[in-house]
Design a protein around this ligand. Structure first.
Ligand SMILES: Nc1ncnc2c1ncn2[C@@H]1O[C@H](COP(=O)(O)OP(=O)(O)OP(=O)(O)O)[C@@H](O)[C@H]1O
Length: 279
């Protein structure tokens, strides 16, 4: 579990990016941070792996205050995926994916074998292994980014708008594959997006931020759609809230019938999508 307790981030110029944040992010689930531009999502994400240090308050990972953990050690257990993948342009795909295993001192053969295994896992054709990032499509590059973050099998993954640079159709495909992957891997995932549809599709829990870094609501997708906490959240969900809710339940039904878990989900009785979708 990852927790934020009374966390504020004030940048040196006085900008308050995150304001008194209390948040509990469960293990093995997808938690989505969503909100308009500049509301502090990326800052929140980066405080987990110490790329940004809080001005006040405490961030813990599995009960340990991250300030007490050496940043390099901390980041070894936390994969990080960013928009447009952030791949090394002069390294082949296989070597991009093997970056962390190399850093960890794995021998080249083992690191490359791991990279090939991950390429298959994220749906990349093995023939792409020797290409360079510029020779791949945007969607393929994002898959490489995910594979690279998974290479050392970190229990936690931070994902900052990982699918936002690709067109809507490719994006929908990446989202589906990501959900399938997560069902197998059960990582603790913190996922940043400004797209409420993506948040509802992927999140077991959704944290809605408003400008000024204030957490407006933290809820399961169905709770959020059914009971927005205030006018800001209602506006952010938009006029299509009813349609979104309908689509959310249609997707859930489809997943249930695919997985044959409808009965079990009802029996589990855990709120929201978490139990129902069996993720
Ligand atoms: N290094 C910095 N110095 C000063 N202000 C910063 C710095 N980094 C971010 N900010 C400000 O902090 C606020 C939150 O930024 P952050 O990047 O966390 O938001 P965000 O929700 O991820 O935005 P976006 O969706 O546009 O990426 C913004 O007002 C931003 O301008």
């Amino acid at each position: 579990m990852i927790t934020f307790a009374g966390v504020t981030k004030r940048y040196p110029d006085g900008t308050v990016a995150v304001d008194h944040l209390d948040l509990e992010i469960p293990a093995g689930r997808i938690t989505v941070l969503v909100g308009p531009s500049g509301c502090g999502k990326t800052t929140t994400l980066r405080m987990i792996n110490r790329m940004v240090e809080p001005s006040e308050g405490t961030v813990t990972v599995d009960g340990r205050d991250v300030r007490g953990v050496d940043p390099a050690t901390l980041r070894r257990g936390i994969g990080y995926v960013i928009q447009q993948a952030g791949l090394f342009p002069h390294r082949t795909i296989v070597d991009n994916i093997a970056t962390v295993p190399y850093l960890l001192g794995w021998d080249k053969k083992r690191a490359r074998a791991r990279a090939h295994e991950l390429m298959e896992r994220v749906g990349l054709d093995p023939a792409l292994a020797r290409r360079y990032p510029a020779q791949l499509s945007g969607g393929q590059q994002q898959r490489v980014g995910v594979a690279r973050a998974l290479a050392a099998d970190p229990p936690i993954m931070l994902m900052d708008e990982p699918f936002s640079a690709v067109d809507p159709i490719v994006r929908a495909g990446l989202q589906e594959e990501f959900l399938r992957l997560q069902r197998d891997l059960e990582k603790t995932i913190v996922f940043v997006t400004h797209d409420i549809d993506e948040a509802v599709k992927l999140g077991h829990r959704i944290a809605v931020f408003q400008v000024g870094g204030v957490l407006a609501q933290y809820a399961t997708p169905d709770e959020l759609l059914e009971r927005p906490a205030d006018d800001f959240v209602t506006d952010f969900l938009g006029g299509e809230r009813g349609i979104r809710r309908l689509r959310f339940f249609q997707e859930l039904d489809a997943e249930d019938s695919a997985a044959g878990t409808a009965g079990d989900a009802a029996a589990e009785g855990e709120g929201g999508r978490t139990a129902a979708a069996g993720r």
